[in-house]
Design a protein around this ligand. Structure first.
Ligand code: COA
Length: 327
């Protein structure tokens, strides 16, 4: 019989360093007023020199494994969603595997920008459902502040660092992931990309002078597509799961921008109190934003046994996804 896959433990981690809007006012021409009114962000976490992605992924994963009541050896697969890996090779998932001592697991990365966690959930859900694996870690881990250009005020005010992790395993009928779907449209490549360092441009004096190794974003081009895509896939997944918007206890959208979150909520017709937001404290942590938010909601009791939760994400690629989970 097919297994339902659900989240049985979660964790999250941040670097200690904080970068406030006032700090950014000293780096680029911006203001707390602009950042707050355009994005909702007040501060973001920032890794120190010598701190890197796998460390935060491992910290979050350890907490998730412990809360699931498992040992690292019980994990069969580690999927790390990241756009800011420690290095090109090996994968950050493999590095986290070593740091955890998860000796029976396979480790791998997913490159789907801010939708990466939902990409991971979707893949792992089907592997658990078919019995190919039993226990899996899906991690979203990012140190975006090292890929952000602190001369570009359009991107550097948005992104922050952090990691969130979930242990997925078979759960009772009617619980766990009820519907999930991922999408992409690579024609939007240049709306959010880091062109340098790959096989196309390589790493040359010119690419470095052009700052091609940093993220470049056309934020206003992404805005409308993000709202439309997240709202559409959310409705589609609720339909597929056999629920309507009124049945949802909590919506956790990727924390990209408070105005995007508000616009998605309004398109869906969900009241503000049912939509979770932590963007003021953490900024946009890309693939880490949904698992961090989920764990915060589980710890604070906002999500309880039986809660119906809708997750939706949008990111560079462009990529997007929607997932409906019964806890
Ligand atoms: N401080 C002050 N002014 C700024 C600024 C900053 N940090 N960043 C941009 N501006 C200026 C621009 O230069 C522009 O000035 P101009 O009108 O004189 O040319 C003006 O503000 C408007 O810029 P625009 O880019 O149109 O602003 P916006 O309202 O679209 O907000 C984002 C910018 C990035 C906050 C917003 O577009 C966004 O969040 N987009 C989606 C991001 C996203 O979803 N990414 C993918 C998923 S992570």
């Amino acid at each position: 019989m097919a297994n339902n896959a659900g989240i049985i433990g979660m964790g999250h981690a941040f670097p200690e360093g904080i970068l406030t809007n006032a700090d950014l006012e000293k780096i680029v021409e911006t203001s707390d007023e602009w950042i707050t009114s355009r994005t909702g962000i007040k501060q973001r976490h920032k890794a120190a020199e010598g701190e890197y992605t796998s460390q935060f992924g491992t910290k979050a994963a350890k907490q998730a494994i412990e809360r699931a009541g498992l040992q690292p050896e019980d994990i069969d697969l580690i999927v790390c969603a990241t756009t800011t890996p420690d290095q090109i090779m090996p994968s950050t998932g493999a590095l986290i595997q070593a740091q955890l001592g998860a000796t029976n697991a396979a480790g791998m990365d997913i490159f789907a920008a801010c939708s990466g966690f939902l990409y991971g959930l979707t893949m792992v859900e089907s592997m658990i459902r078919t019995g190919q694996i039993r226990n899996a870690l899906v991690i979203g881990a990012e140190v975006l502040t090292k890929y952000v250009d602190y001369t570009d005020r359009g991107t550097c005010v948005i992104f922050g660092d952090g990691a969130g992790a979930a242990v997925l395993a078979p759960v009772a009928e009617g619980k766990g992931i009820l519907a999930t779907k991922i999408r992409s449209d690579g024609r939007y490549e240049e709306a959010l990309y880091a062109p340098g360092g790959g096989t196309k441009l390589g790493t040359t004096h010119e690419t470095i002078d052009n700052r091609d190794h940093f993220f470049k974003m056309k934020g206003n081009e992404l805005f409308k597509v993000a709202v439309r895509s997240m709202a559409e896939i959310s409705k589609e997944m609720l339909d597929k799961a056999g629920y309507s918007v009124e049945d949802v206890d909590l919506v956790i959208p990727h924390q990209a921008n408070q105005r995007i979150t508000d616009a998605v909520a309004s398109r869906l017709g969900v009241p503000e109190e049912k939509v979770y937001s932590n963007i003021a404290e953490h900024g946009n942590t890309s693939s880490a934003s949904i698992p961090i938010a989920l764990d915060e909601c589980l710890q604070s009791g906002k999500i309880k046994e039986g809660s119906l939760v809708l997750l939706t994400a949008f990111g560079g690629g462009v990529t997007w996804g929607g997932t409906v989970i019964r806890f």
